[in-house]
Design a protein around this ligand. Structure first.
Ligand code: ADP
Length: 505
């Protein structure tokens, strides 16, 4: 206890003893040790003094006239302000009963007279230390209680926001993809109850293709930290298809890595959009067909001979009208497919023949673009709609040719495994940036807004391809290195008979 600064006393000690010699002795030895000492000879004066200025410790004689030490102690303990001051009894009474009484009254220690100076000092020191530690503990406890309160308030705030958020939210474990928590909006949108969702694997709620999209979104989040507004489809408990924009963030919940998905239901918006587009397209088709007829008539020369400049202008008008007709036809085609007005007419087909046919169809375009077409077909029989499957292959080939420089090669390959036939269309063209790999399968999504004008596309081809492939229970996706080329993948499931019958030619 020698660390005190020179002018600041170690502690304030109140000594209450009716024997002046004892008082003098205690006072002297404590003062010598650097304590500030107040001494009084009467219990009532001691209580007043303690209340007026709280001492750090009290040395209290037991036997005193008028009010004995036990009574003084009890009164001090009864007062909120003085309750925590440690009191050490000093008395000539030495039997066990007296000591017990002293502790019952609230004393922390008991010293028997005649006392040893070192003993008194040692006990005073010890109790001051204990008192200081107790105070520290209490302070820490208060801080901790405050922190707990703030944390509980923050959690409550989060829980409230989570529960009452109008957007559906789902939390699932990253490792095994089980739902941990979902909010009310999620339950309302999906049609499931809390019990049917919590603890269940996501794969039982989301379809295979939804799970594939979800897994890709998680992978992207692992690279970027989050993903915003990725279009995502899933079917409700009653089978209704919901189109949502999925935003995903990776979080830790109680030490477990989880995905936090926030969904924005755009099903209705999409429906209105579709309705509008198909309405406009229907209205456009008739006048455009008649426009095309008129242009054909003009170019046939039946209405008179055009100048060279006139022919050029007519040519531009014809090309643009053709593009518009293609666009309207594609829109209507997609709309009819989506609404189920066009169904797939599936028949048993040799896939090698369909691949050959697709290449034959695209040969003129490839030749004109001076792009080599290579085919690696694979002979297997599948139940498919041949026209629609050829349409898919030609669309992918047409894109691959369109986005390749002259002299490059485009490959149409097929590989068989035990479950699928995988078809790939590979090019060494301009490639697709990573953030567009998913969106290009949506309607009107093009990497470059000038693609439709410069390359004559409609931005609908891949949306149609995806629809056709999904109607065959297959999957379509693309991998690409920007600037180095792209590979489009299609997997089509094998029929039971086809499995194992595969023959590569
Ligand atoms: P489009 O009629 O515009 O070709 P698609 O839906 O077929 O419409 O393709 C959408 C967009 O995807 C294209 O406009 C282009 O930006 C990009 N794309 C498709 N295939 C390729 C490819 N092989 N290489 C580079 N970009 C491609």
């Amino acid at each position: 206890m020698s660390t005190q600064s020179a002018n600041k006393p170690k502690a304030d000690i109140l000594v209450i003893d009716d024997t002046p010699e004892n008082l003098a002795l205690l006072s002297q030895m404590l003062t010598e040790k650097g304590y500030k000492v107040r001494s009084v000879t009467k219990g009532s004066t001691g209580i007043r003094g303690a209340k007026a200025a709280l001492p750090d410790l009290i040395l209290l004689d037991v036997k005193m006239p008028q009010m004995n030490g036990y009574e003084v102690c009890e009164q001090l303990k009864a007062d909120e302000r003085t309750r925590n001051i440690p009191i050490i009894f000093i008395s000539a009474l030495g039997d066990v009963g007296d000591k017990v009484k002293a502790f019952q009254a609230g004393g922390v220690d008991y010293i028997t007279k005649p006392f040893q100076v070192e003993e008194v000092l040692a006990r005073v020191d010890t109790h001051l230390i204990i008192q200081r530690l107790q105070n520290q503990l209490q302070q820490q406890n208060t801080v901790l209680q405050q922190e707990i309160k703030e944390r509980a308030a923050a959690e409550e705030k989060f829980a409230k926001a989570f529960r009452s958020c109008p957007s559906p939210i789902a939390i699932a474990t990253l490792a095994d993809g089980h739902f941990v928590d979902v909010n009310r909006s999620f339950l309302m949108m999906s049609g499931y109850t809390q019990e049917e969702i919590i603890g269940r694997p996501m794969a039982e709620i989301y379809s295979e293709s939804a799970m594939a999209t979800f897994t890709e979104v998680v992978q992207q989040s692992q690279q970027k930290g989050f993903v915003r507004n990725q279009e995502f489809q899933f079917s409700t408990k009653l089978g209704a298809i919901k189109i949502v924009l999925l935003s995903l963030e990776l979080i830790e919940l109680g030490g477990t890595p989880c995905s936090l998905s926030i969904l924005n239901d755009i099903t209705e918006r999409k429906r209105l959009e579709n309705e509008f587009i198909s309405l406009v397209s229907h209205e456009l088709r008739t006048p455009m067909t008649s426009m095309m007829g008129a242009l054909d008539l003009l170019s046939s020369g039946q209405l008179g001979t055009l100048t060279d400049q006139g022919k050029q202008v007519l040519d531009i008008a014809t090309k643009n009208t053709e593009r518009l007709i293609r666009l309207v036809n594609d829109i209507l085609d997609l709309e009819r497919m989506k609404s189920g007005k066009i169904t797939m007419k599936k028949v048993r087909c040799n896939m090698a023949q369909l691949l050959i046919q697709a290449v034959e169809t695209m040969k003129p375009m490839a030749e004109q673009a001076r792009v080599n077409l290579k085919l690696e077909p694979c002979s297997v029989e599948l139940e498919v709609d041949p026209d629609r499957i050829i349409q898919t292959f030609t669309n992918l080939l047409s894109n691959a040719i369109k986005f390749s420089e002259p002299g490059k090669t485009v490959w149409l390959k097929s590989v068989l495994n035990s479950k699928h036939l995988q078809i790939t269309v590979e090019d060494r063209g301009r490639g697709i940036p990573a953030d567009k790999l998913q969106v290009i399968f949506e309607r009107f999504q093009q990497v470059d807004t000038s693609d439709s004008r410069q390359k004559g596309g409609t931005g609908l081809g891949l949306a149609i391809c995806r629809h056709i492939v999904e109607q065959h229970d297959g999957r379509i996706w693309v991998e690409s290195e920007f600037g180095r080329g792209s590979t489009f993948y299609i997997t089509l499931p094998l029929s039971d008979e086809a499995k194992g019958e595969a023959l590569v030619i």
